[in-house]
Design a protein around this ligand. Sequence first.
Ligand code: 3HC
Length: 288
Amino acid sequence: ISRALSSSTVRNAAIKHVTVIGGGLMGSGIAQIAAATGHSVVLVDMSEDILKKSTKGIEGSVRRVVKKKFADKPEVSTDAASVVQSTDLVVEAIVENLKVKQSLFSSLDKVAPGHTIFASNTSSIPIADIAVSTTRLDRFGGIHFFNPVPMMKLVEVIQAPETSQETFNALLDFTKALGKHPVSCKDTPGFIVNRLLIPYLMEAVRLHERGHGSKEDIDVAMKLGAGYPMGPFELLDYVGLDTSKFIIDGWYQMEPESPLFSPSPLLNKLVSEGKLGKKSGEGFYKYK
Ligand code: 3HC
């Protein structure tokens, strides 16, 4: 029933066909919930191997959700150019690197239909800086999801200075059709959540680096003393230490004098050792 209801919402919506580019944690989650709410979805990444991993992740997650409601699975493809020819919305969730995002959007801009809206799920890069790689600044915005995407209710919808009101409204409607709760954000570093969350997570690492608390004690303290579902080290491992480092390094470059954005030697060391958190089997903690 929930599927039939959401499908009729989608039938009348501007965004019906969605292309998600990037089969990582975020991209798979976005593709999963878009498919589950009656959108026609294709998930694109560069190799069959990555897509196999994404499909496995989605199947695992769908099994957890399926107890609660019926869920469809997205199709997968390695050919972004052919897929976007019939899409209403492209959601990009690839590596947090401006040059790579610009080059992806610049090539998609040449093949996607005029009406197609482009949106980035960037966590820290200004939307306007990515949008300049295209000729559709008015049809370019941000939609920022949170891990785990099937569970977290919030989506930040970002209106850059050139994003049209029509595009912004279509993105707001799309997030509602996904069953999410949108908040409106300006195109400022970290929008709302990450601007508050990342400095907090980094300060937990610095506190530990100063020898003022063990990881375990800091995690327990924030869970039992502040009601957070995960402690800061658990959350950093969950989000990915590479992603966290990309974010903080980018902001440090923009504002090197801000103590909130200063890099952490411990975080840098773990990333250089390939300890990227839960997804690589080890970060601050070890995982089976
Ligand atoms: N897919 C589907 N369902 C899931 C899921 C997933 N990936 N993860 C959890 N669930 C659901 C399942 O129904 C699960 O029940 P099950 O175990 O019987 O299948 C239920 O949630 C409970 O899960 P758990 O018992 O594993 O654990 P919790 O009760 O602690 O909930 C959590 C897990 C929702 C992840 C919770 O710990 C939490 O809210 N953590 C904080 C997450 C957070 O802060 N995210 C934001 C990160 S910042 C970000 O993403 C932005 C980026 O730009 C960096």
